[in-house]
Design a protein around this ligand. Structure first.
Ligand SMILES: C[S@@+](CC[C@H](N)C(=O)[O-])C[C@H]1O[C@@H](n2cnc3c(N)ncnc32)[C@H](O)[C@@H]1O
Length: 234
């Protein structure tokens, strides 16, 4: 089920891609770390003729996405194709095979972001569009984080998925790869309040700061600075 937060994020990212003129009816679009396909099903409703491809490391998530696609399929629009695969595997796609590449909520699982960015840039044609959404640090500090819920069955296993990359380091990499002026960051601000779920402290909720700015936080006691990174491969 798509949570209200994820729905807002999907709408924010899709609107940005549309505003950038990149979501055309015939666009070839890849979503990396697509999970059970929620974002691509959302996109399909916006651009029914676009050719949508979803990839995820988890075969279980891809099976689920494929079953949903079987139930949705109609004869008037191309099928959404879901395949297992890692965004870190350069051989996953031929170079310049996509018009648009999305990666939402995935890079905080990685210890370095450059390999994923390099692949997204290689797979997207010159003049296309890459959108990466998730946590970024506005301060010039990279953060590696692991967590473990109290009482977890396997006490040796650390949770991942909340690493923070400094925007300054990402910009330095992209400026070196593409030249200046080929990317931009835009902060995502949740447009309405989300209450905490006492039974699920891992789920994000909102708090308001003294300036009336709404922030996302969660039971890891983190301030979640989510941003959209848009890149124009040259
Ligand atoms: C937090 S979920 C985000 C799902 C979806 N993109 C969204 O925004 O709703 C992160 C997803 O990334 C996937 N993932 C993690 N590492 C990956 C990799 N190297 N390549 C592709 N998918 C990966 C996980 O299996 C999981 O489905």
């Amino acid at each position: 089920m798509t949570t209200p937060l994820r729905r807002e994020i999907y709408s924010y990212v899709a609107q940005a891609a549309q505003a950038a003129g990149q979501l055309r009816p015939d666009s070839v679009v890849g979503d990396f770390g697509c999970a059970a396909g929620d974002f691509l099903f959302y996109l399909h409703a916006q651009a029914p003729q676009a050719r949508l491809f979803g990839y995820d490391l988890s075969a279980t998530a891809i099976d689920q996405a494929q079953s949903r696609e079987q139930a949705r399929l109609d004869e008037f629009s191309p099928a959404i194709l879901f395949r297992p695969g890692s965004v870190l595997d350069k051989a996953l796609l031929p170079a310049a095979s996509l018009d648009v590449a999305f990666m939402l909520g995935v890079h905080p699982y990685f210890d370095e972001i450059e390999s994923a960015l390099a692949n997204l840039l290689a797979w997207t044609r010159s003049g296309g569009y890459v959108a990466v959404f998730g946590l970024f640090n506005p301060y010039p500090i990279d953060v590696r984080l692991s967590y473990r819920p109290v009482g977890e069955a396997n006490p040796g296993e650390s949770g991942r998925g909340w690493n923070l990359f400094a925007k300054a380091a990402v910009s330095r990499y992209l400026d070196a790869a593409l030249g200046p002026g080929q990317h931009r960051f835009t902060p995502f601000i949740m447009p309405y309040d989300l209450p905490p779920d006492p039974d699920n402290p891992g789920q994000s909720w909102t708090i308001m700061d003294g300036n009336g700015r709404r922030w996302l936080t969660n039971g890891l006691s983190l301030l979640l600075n989510q941003e959209l990174l848009e890149i124009w491969p040259s």
